[in-house]
Design a protein around this ligand. Structure first.
Ligand code: C5P
Length: 307
């Protein structure tokens, strides 16, 4: 069973004050883009003591992905087996194209794909709402990877409402050499706010952004892109300042750090302009590589019913 799952970029990431549980209340406008991982789940015997799940990873990021119980896809399969309440087994193969620790929810995407693949492989047929609940327990971004499209996430990002969008938007992603820890970027955001005496406002969805999405107006969307984690990501990874500047200088309609970074996202006016911008960023030497993608695209989807 093979499932394809998209990366995300945050069009608006407004971060409220820290909560007692260590998370932050958000307004998080997720947008799924055509940069995909694939997860194949195959039959395997259950262990003597319960569920047994193994994982292997292919692709350029394979070396950066844990293969033990820390792997979010393994956690997803085990959580699903627990919900099924019987011993089950699966072998997972992840083909990774989404950068690891890149602010594009690659690990969350793999977890979402695994839920869909194993639900089908094991013939569980769980209702979407139940998969969504398991997804939310695995991580704040996992439910959106199931849903796809464009959606506003509130709470810690897991309570989703679909946003209506006209047409396609064209993106360039400047991939960085290393990764950033999401938890560290949130902590840096809190620290910077405390140091400057800034009180975090209660997050609100930007009406300008919503109207631009509904109208398919890339120019207005470009100006409305907003990420409260960006100052913290730039503090932890200074070279990104130059990356963002290079994209703006080469005609991007908007430029921002994707989620907790270090990937930078640029909105382009057309597919041709995105291709030209990616070439310009590559030539400027301000990122490891630049790739183009379009959004919105659907969430985790079965592409092959092989076993
Ligand atoms: O939910 P997830 O495990 O993906 O979150 C990773 C980390 O990001 C959390 O441990 C927390 O430090 C931070 N986070 C947060 N507020 C959110 C989502 C994530 O502080 N709404």
């Amino acid at each position: 069973m093979t499932v394809r799952v998209p990366a995300k970029v945050n069009l608006q990431l407004s971060v409220g004050p820290p909560r007692d549980d260590g998370y932050h209340d958000l307004v998080n406008v997720f947008h799924a883009v055509s940069l995909f991982d694939e997860v194949t789940a195959s039959d395997a015997p259950a262990g003597s003591g319960g569920a047994a799940v193994t994982v292997s990873v292919e692709g350029q990021y394979a070396g950066q992905v844990p293969l033990d119980g820390e792997n979010l896809a393994v956690k997803a399969a085990l959580a699903l087996a627990e919900r099924a309440g019987r011993p089950l087994g699966a072998r997972l193969l992840i083909r990774k194209a989404i950068p690891v620790a890149g602010g594009m929810a690659g690990g969350s995407a793999d977890a979402a794909a695994t839920l869909v693949a194993c639900d089908e492989l094991w013939g569980l047929g769980l209702p979407r709402q139940e998969l969504m609940e398991i997804a939310a327990a695995l991580g704040s971004d996992v439910p959106f990877a199931l849903l796809g499209g464009t959606a506003v996430g509130t709470g810690r990002g897991e309570k989703l409402t679909t946003v209506s969008v006209t047409g396609d938007f064209h993106w360039v992603f400047a991939l960085a050499a290393g990764g950033l820890s999401t938890a560290e970027v949130y902590a840096e955001c809190d620290r910077m706010r405390e140091a400057s005496g800034e009180r975090a406002a209660w997050p609100q969805a930007s009406q300008t952004l919503m109207t631009a999405l509904e109208a398919g107006d890339a120019e207005t969307l470009g100006k409305a892109l907003l990420n409260d984690l960006q100052p913290a990501a730039l503090m932890l990874c200074r070279p990104l300042v130059r990356t963002l500047e290079a994209g703006r200088n080469h005609g991007a309609l908007g430029a921002l750090v994707s989620g907790s970074g270090p990937t930078c996202a640029f909105l382009a006016g057309s597919e041709a302009k995105a291709t030209a911008l990616a070439a310009a960023l590559d030539a400027a030497g301000v990122c490891r590589s630049a790739v183009t993608a379009r959004g919105p695209v659907p969430g985790a989807t079965i592409v092959r019913a092989d076993r």
